[in-house]
Design a protein around this ligand. Structure first.
Ligand SMILES: Nc1nc2c(ncn2[C@@H]2O[C@H](COP(=O)(O)OP(=O)(O)OP(=O)(O)O)[C@@H](O)[C@H]2O)c(=O)[nH]1
Ligand SMILES: [Mg+2]
Length: 432
């Protein structure tokens, strides 16, 4: 839809898109071009576009002017004409100059995968922080492309690539964009301080935290809802939004879960990951995922029905590594097994590896049993003597474990507490 200055709808523009990808044949490509184009199609649909055609060019070297070869670009212009397409979406990031050159040649709006993902985020962000993060990412993406300024970037409106909190600011020049960026950064800093206080409170509350993470559309929100309604505990009113669509969840949600035997933990549902995540969005992701860093346990959910589930696991593991939470206790869960039952597909089984259907509730008992073991049973009572120069360990123990007593002795702080296996191994040299 197109809006005027008073935010009234003036025109409804249907986004009729042709998708374009390049396969360089390089071994570094994380997935096949077909799978990558399939994902691009789902992203385009998530942004509200109708996908008319997908075009792939095999090309070892990227063209500086058009990204694809000029001949191919001309073919696509004819195709767009024939199909009445008004948008071309490229599977990789384009430079400002490439966008301008392609638009001149093809006479339609040209955007890239990054702009598309930013657009989805702009449409869905709910919280004030989420909106600011998206605007920041959009501005950072646009800044080096101002010279090339394509149709989508130079026009305010409501088509893909022009939506969102940043849309009114598009006409601002570089100076204004830089001012706005520093203004947003300041606001985000304030929000972050507030959140630190909240996180501190949660850490102190002693209720363990379990984080659901995984690739977008893996079924995280569905699993959260299933756990909420588990065993006759009618907690459905606290349910979260789950949908067959990439990036259904953009803001982290926390729910307190009470198991039938009254044990409690906090479950957090997080934003899903995607391959080739725009660099500008990585910081935004990290901010929303900070809470994963405080988690006692991570549930990594994988959609095994996806042809590319191994690549998706890798992407997720890489993000977890970036968040420095890779060593945390993790349960790997293969989800949507209801769809592969009877099929001759081999899915590995093993310790801390659970087969599940979040939709049907299959495997939920086993999952919750493992969660319980990890959170509540896998603990050893120990006494530690921590030297005074390791105040960091003492604060960790006070924040994260159920401390029974502390005593200031000559050689250090004597602490009696409960440790899970990971912490036990980490602090074994201080145990008396
Ligand atoms: N068949 C089947 N479908 C499932 C299962 N779990 C989830 N789904 C479906 O998968 C789609 C995505 O589920 P969500 O729970 O929204 O996935 P998510 O991981 O939260 O996705 P994002 O929030 O986008 O990252 C929905 O259509 C669910 O109904 C399952 O066990 N079996
Ligand atoms: Mg979700």
């Amino acid at each position: 839809m197109q809006f005027n200055e008073n935010n009234e709808i003036i025109e409804h523009i249907e986004q009729r898109a042709v998708l374009v990808g390049v396969s360089t044949g390089s071994r570094d490509e994380v997935t096949t071009i077909e799978n990558s184009m399939q994902e691009l199609e789902e992203l385009a649909q998530a942004a509200g576009a109708e996908v008319l055609e997908k075009v792939v060019q095999n090309k070892q070297r990227i063209d500086a002017t058009y990204y694809i070869g000029k001949g191919k670009a001309e073919e696509i212009r004819i195709l767009c004409n024939a199909l009445d397409a008004n948008l071309v979406i490229f599977n990789d990031e384009l430079s400002g100059a490439q966008i301008r050159n392609l638009e001149e040649l093809m006479e339609v709006t040209v955007i890239d995968r990054t702009t598309l993902i930013l657009d989805i985020f702009a449409q869905r962000a709910q919280s004030k922080e989420g909106k600011l993060q998206v605007e920041l990412a959009q501005l950072r993406y646009r800044l080096p492309r101002l010279i090339g300024l394509g149709r989508a970037l130079s026009r305010t409106g409501a088509g893909i690539g022009t939506r969102g909190p940043g849309e009114k600011k598009l006409e601002l020049d570089r100076r204004h964009i830089l001012d706005r960026i520093s203004d947003i950064r300041q606001q985000l800093e304030e929000i972050k301080k507030n959140r630190e206080v909240q996180r501190g409170k949660r850490r102190k509350s002693e209720i363990p935290v379990v984080a659901l993470v995984g690739y977008t559309n893996a079924g995280k929100s569905t699993l959260m809802n299933q756990i909420l309604s588990y065993a006759g505990f009618h907690q459905e009113d606290k349910s979260v939004y789950a949908e067959d669509m990439l990036f259904a969840t953009l803001d982290t949600a926390h729910r307190k879960i009470q198991l039938p035997d009254k044990e409690e933990f906090i479950l957090i549902d997080t934003v899903g990951f995607v391959s080739k995540l725009p660099h500008a969005l990585v910081d935004a992701f990290k901010a929303t995922l900070e809470e994963v860093q405080d988690a006692h346990l991570i549930i990594h959910l994988v959609d095994v029905t996806n042809r590319d589930y191994e690549m998706q696991m890798k992407v997720t593991e890489n993000v977890l590594e970036e968040l420095e939470v890779k060593d945390k206790s993790t349960i790997l869960v293969f989800n949507k097994i209801d769809r592969i039952e009877g099929e001759n597909t081999y899915i590995p089984r093993g310790k801390d590896l659970i087969h599940l259907s979040a939709l049907k509730g299959i495997g939920l008992d086993e999952l919750l049993k493992t969660v319980k073991e990890k959170l509540f049973q896998d603990q050893k009572k120990v006494a530690l003597l921590i030297p005074y120069n390791r105040g960091d360990i003492v604060s960790y123990l006070c924040d994260k474990t159920k401390v029974l007593s502390t005593e200031y002795q000559e050689e250090g702080v004597f602490v009696e507490t409960w440790l899970n296996t990971a912490d036990y191994n980490r602090y074994i040299s201080f145990i008396r």
